[in-house]
Ligand binder design. Structure first.
Ligand code: IMP
Ligand code: MG
Length: 174
């Protein structure tokens, strides 16, 4: 990809260690009962798969899709649902798994959608948090890494669909 330079911000090793810690917190918080990890396509796919395998209790997986139109590297703030849940999560514990919380608009929208599905509880896990950019107040229960206001790619995160498969999280400079 021309004209783009990549600098490692969080290495694959650091990610692995942190994901294991988050998994331990989640299994402590939810010792029994059905537990759904609901991941947001596509950015959270790598994270949710590693997280699910690190949680030493049964979990169920589901995926939701959301699009924020009119953005290149920043959200327009008006998300729409492109894929709803396949499973009913009514009465179950749900952890919504996101790649990154930026303005918070996507998360705010998804929380509203999931609350309408009447789970027993709803918590939020985000691999990355960019608090400087927050416009909507959302409480994230499990944060992987708090990062500065830079555009990052890798470990699921993309720029125009490129770079998702990088093992590290990198700052993209254009
Ligand atoms: P929010 O609605 O502004 O919180 O935006 C959240 C969504 O924007 C994330 O789920 C990502 O898909 C995308 N996003 C925000 N910041 C980045 C970034 O640094 N790299 C890649 N995608 C990002
Ligand atoms: Mg996303």
């Amino acid at each position: 990809m021309p004209d783009h330079s990549l600098e490692v911000l969080v290495s694959a090793d650091e990610i692995r260690r942190r994901v294991a810690e988050l998994a331990t917190e989640i299994e402590r918080d939810f010792p029994d009962g059905p537990l759904y990890l609901v991941a947001v396509l596509k950015g959270a796919c790598f994270f949710v798969v590693d997280l699910a395998r690190a949680i030493r209790r049964p979990v169920r997986l589901d995926f939701i899709g959301v699009a924020s139109y009119g953005r290149e590297t920043s959200s327009s703030g008006r998300p729409t649902l492109t894929k709803g849940l396949d499973c009913s999560v009514e009465g179950a514990d749900v952890v919504l798994v996101e790649d990154i919380v930026d303005t918070g608009a996507t998360l705010e929208y998804l929380i509203e959608y999931l609350e309408r599905q009447r789970p027993r509880s709803l918590r939020i896990a985000a691999l990355l948090d960019k608090p400087e950019r927050r416009l909507r107040p959302v409480a994230v229960d499990y944060v992987g890494f708090t990062i500065p206001n830079r555009f990052v790619v890798g470990y699921g995160l993309d720029f125009a669909e490129d770079y998702r498969s990088l093992p590290d999280i990198c700052v993209l400079d254009r």
